[in-house]
Design a binder for this molecule. Sequence first.
Ligand code: CAA
Length: 390
Amino acid sequence: MKIGIDKIGFYTPHLYVDMNKLAVARDVEPEKFTIGIGQSQMAIAPITQDPISLAANAALQIIDEEDKAKIDLVIFGTESGIDHSKSGAVYVHQLLGLRSEARAMEIKQACYGATAAIQLAKGHIALHPESRVLVLGSDIARYGLRTGGEATQGAGAVALVISANPSVMVLEDESAYFTSDIMDFWRPVYSETAYVDGKFSNEQYIHFFAKVWEQYKEKTGLQLADYEAICFHLPYTKMGFKALKTILEEASEKEQERLLTNYKTSTLYNRNVGNIYTGSLYLSLLSLLEQKEDLQEGARFGMYSYGSGAVGEFFSGILQPGYREHLFVAEHAAQFQARKEVSVAEYEAIFQESLPTDGSTVELDISQDPATICLAGISDHQRNYVNKQQ
Ligand code: CAA
C-alpha cells in the first residue's frame, strides 16, 4: 500500500529579527551568522503564540471537511510542550473542530518527534487505509539571550496529513535508525532554555548521519545517485551542508551539482525562520517542494531526521504526479510577505516576557497578533486559546 504525505502546512509567527543586526548587537561579524551559521532572519514568537497555537495555525491552513471527517489520530511532536500531562494534540484537536472518535497524543524525542509521529502514522494507515492522521511538529527554540545558541533560535510549526495514496509524497517502507544515549542537547523540566554542548552536538549530528546513511544503503541497495535531493533536519542551514559534504563524493560531479543546488533551495525557508526543532526537516522539504518549480514526479528525496539525546533516522519519499496542485505555495508566500521586522531591543523585550507560573490570571492582548489562533490568557492554571474565525 502507498502511504505518505497528502498535505503539508506551515506557520511561523509574524515577527522576525534580522541576523545582520543581531550580529552587530552581539559584536560579531554579520558573516558569521549569515554565512558561517547560514541564517538571515530569526522568527520571534510573541507571547500570544505558543507551540499549541503555532501548530493549530499550521493545520488550520490545510485541513478541509474531508480531512475532518477522516482524521482519527492526531500526533503532536514537540520538545517545548506546555504541560507535563495533557497532550498538545488534544488542544489542537479541539481548536480545529476534529471529530471526537479520534486518538490524540504527544510524542517526544527532541527534534525527532515529528518523524516518530510520521512512522507511527504510517502503521496506523496500514491497518486503517480509510483513515487520515494529522501529524504536528511545533516548537519555540530558546537558548537564551547572548548565548552560543542564540543565533540558532526560531519558532514555527508544520502540519502534515498522512494518508493512503497521498497527493504529495509516498514514503518508502524501508528506513534506517540509530539510538545512543548522549548529552549533546537537552532541557531539564525546570528550565525554560535548552542546555547544549554545541560542538559535540554538531559532531554527533554528522556521526548519526553516517550511521543511518550506511545502514540505509545496505538495507535498500540505493545509492546517492538515486536521489534528486537530500533534505536534512536544519538546526541552522550550514549544519545539513556539513553532513551532505561527507557523502558527496559518492556521486558524479553532475549529480553533486544537482544535490548542492537542491540543498540550497531546501534551506530557503529555514534560513528565514530559524530552528523550529521538530518541524525543521519538514520545513526544509517544504522549501524545496515549493521553491523549485520543475521537480519531476517520481523523483526520490532522502530525509535525515536527528533528535538530540539522540535518535537519527534516514528514509525516502517519492514525489507524486500533480503534487504541486496540493501545495500551499501562495499562502506561504503571503505569510512570509506579511511578517514584520523587530529591532534587537524589541526582540530582547519579547524574549524576556513570560507567562505567570504561580496560578495568577493573565489576559493577553491578541489584537496585535494577526494569527487566526492565539493564546488569549491563563486562568485557573489553564491556557485559553481563541480561534478568531469562530
Ligand atoms: N565569516 C564567515 N564565517 C564565519 C565567520 C565570518 N566572519 N566567523 C565565523 N564563521 C564560521 C566559523 O568558521 C564556523 O564555520 P564552520 O562550522 O564551518 O567551521 C561557523 O561560522 C560557526 O562559528 P563557531 O563554530 O565559532 O560558532 P559558535 O561556536 O559560536 O556556535 C553552534 C555555533 C555551536 C552551532 C552554536 O550556535 C550552538 O550551540 N547552537 C545550538 C546547537 C545546535 O544547533 N547544534 C546542531 C546539532 S544538534 C541538532 O541538530 C538538534 C537541534 O536542533 C538543537
